[in-house]
Write a protein that binds this ligand. Structure first.
Ligand code: RNT
Ligand code: ZN
Length: 421
């Protein structure tokens, strides 16, 4: 797009929105202040650097074998830097514990320490981005029974408790060094394929394990723990210990953050409608923005109805500072840099549409029982020139406007990722 075109479309859009009482510049300022926590694991199909050749277990799957995945920490960082150069805004990077800088040594989960993540902290500082963290309870022989923190075997539980303990301390130190709390996401794969009898017993063990490790109090200026629920996984179709009720109860009881992953509910159930409930009972919400296609398939996030509804609920809640946006998908069947950029841009474009909504006007219709007017305005808003505002934002931030990023990714593929054999 030509500079003149971008500016003209923007000026027109500005006028359109002003007629509705919306200040587009304010909306952009708000959008620019929303960091998206970019998941490190799309770059390499959730392989990590502990045992990159190992199998991905825990009931999640990255299907496809598109060439060019990141094989080393250097390649992964390079890919993330490329991604960051193609999207506007200041974002975060969400690391999994298996992405430590282990220098080619095998370091088991109950042995990881800060030193394995110091190079990430330094790298992030150079890029002026913040880090989030995830303990890794899958892709490990000690998770082969299907259980970790809720295993009947106390030795298995101890192993994973030690992992969790260390992850919390590492994340806290990341938070301290970056001067901003590190969000530490706790997701465990525990569950079973078939009709499980001892549901209560495993859940009781999970509660005990979490209680024990989380009883170590760490300053929330450094660390914010969050727990992620799930409905089922591959091989845990019948029973998942950390279900929605389990973690909703746990988070409410302990006044802590809850993670809602878009793919972790029944196929037609959506997380957008959970925001306004959970905000009343937990201090903060972490989102795993993902796209389920008939199951928790972790497809690349695109601009669809649910992403828009989610963004609207976030903005309308008036509590954006209590909601953290993280991405969680892993598609190994397409260009992985492209997967990142499409997902980040889609999330921002959904947020922008929500930020450009004349919400007060719509609420007024509700008060006056003018539901036709509400519906009609919501329809009209869909066709408003919000994308001209997004394009101008990209232009101002010096990142590719419109489809130009596609060529950039093709070039990076020619020059870099296609050479990874
Ligand atoms: C799994 C959860 C979890 C993982 C990542 C890799 O179903 O969504 O968040 O995707 O931790
Ligand atoms: Zn998730």
């Amino acid at each position: 797009m030509k500079e003149e075109q971008i500016k003209k479309a923007y000026a027109d859009a500005k006028e359109h929105y002003a007629a509705l009482g919306i200040d587009v510049d304010k909306a952009i300022e708000k959008l620019n202040g929303i960091p998206i926590s970019i998941h490190c694991w799309q770059a390499d199909d959730v392989s990590g650097f502990e045992n990159p050749e190992g199998e991905l277990t825990g009931g999640i799957q990255a299907t496809g074998n598109y060439p060019g995945k990141a094989r080393t920490i250097e390649e992964l960082r390079k890919d993330i830097e490329k991604v960051l150069s193609l999207v506007p805004g200041k974002h975060r990077l969400s690391l999994h514990a298996i992405y430590g800088d282990f220098g080619g040594e095998f370091v088991d989960r109950d042995q990881i320490e800060l030193s394995h993540f110091q190079s990430w902290i330094d790298w992030a500082k150079k890029l002026n981005i913040k880090l989030d963290f995830n303990s890794t309870f899958f892709s490990h022989p000690k998770a082969d029974s299907g259980y970790t923190l809720s295993d009947f075997d106390p030795e298995i539980r101890d192993f994973w408790k030690e992992h969790l303990r260390r992850c919390r301390r590492i994340a806290a130190e990341i938070g301290r060094q970056q001067g901003d709390p590190c969000i530490h996401n706790i997701w465990i794969p525990d569950g079973e394929k078939d009709k499980t009898v001892s549901r209560f017993a495993h859940r009781q063990l999970l509660k005990e394990s979490l209680d024990e490790v989380l009883s170590e109090k760490i300053d929330t200026d450094y660390l914010k723990d969050t727990v992620e629920c799930k409905l089922f996984g591959i091989g845990s179709e019948s029973y998942v210990v950390g279900s929605h009720e389990f973690y909703m109860g746990y988070a409410v009881k302990n006044n802590m953050m809850l993670t809602l992953d878009a793919g972790h509910f029944h196929p037609t159930e959506v997380i957008s409608d959970k925001i306004s409930s959970m905000l009343l009972f937990v201090p903060e919400i972490n989102l795993h923005v993902s796209r389920p296609e008939r199951w928790d398939s972790d497809h690349v996030v695109i601009l669809n109805d649910e992403l828009l509804a989610l963004s609207q609920e976030i903005v309308r809640s008036g509590n954006m500072d209590r909601i953290h946006m993280g991405l969680d998908y892993f598609d190994a069947s397409i260009n992985r840099i492209g997967a990142y950029v499409v997902g980040i841009r889609a999330t921002q474009r959904a947020l922008l549409q929500a930020l450009l909504e004349p919400t007060d006007k719509l609420r007024q219709f509700e008060l006056e029982n003018k539901n036709f007017q509400r519906m009609a305005y919501l329809e009209e808003l869909k066709a408003m020139p919000w994308n001209a505002v997004y394009n101008h934002y990209c232009y101002k931030q010096g990142v590719p406007v419109g489809d130009i990023y596609i060529q950039e990714i093709e070039r990076y593929e020619d020059e870099v990722t296609s050479k990874r054999k």
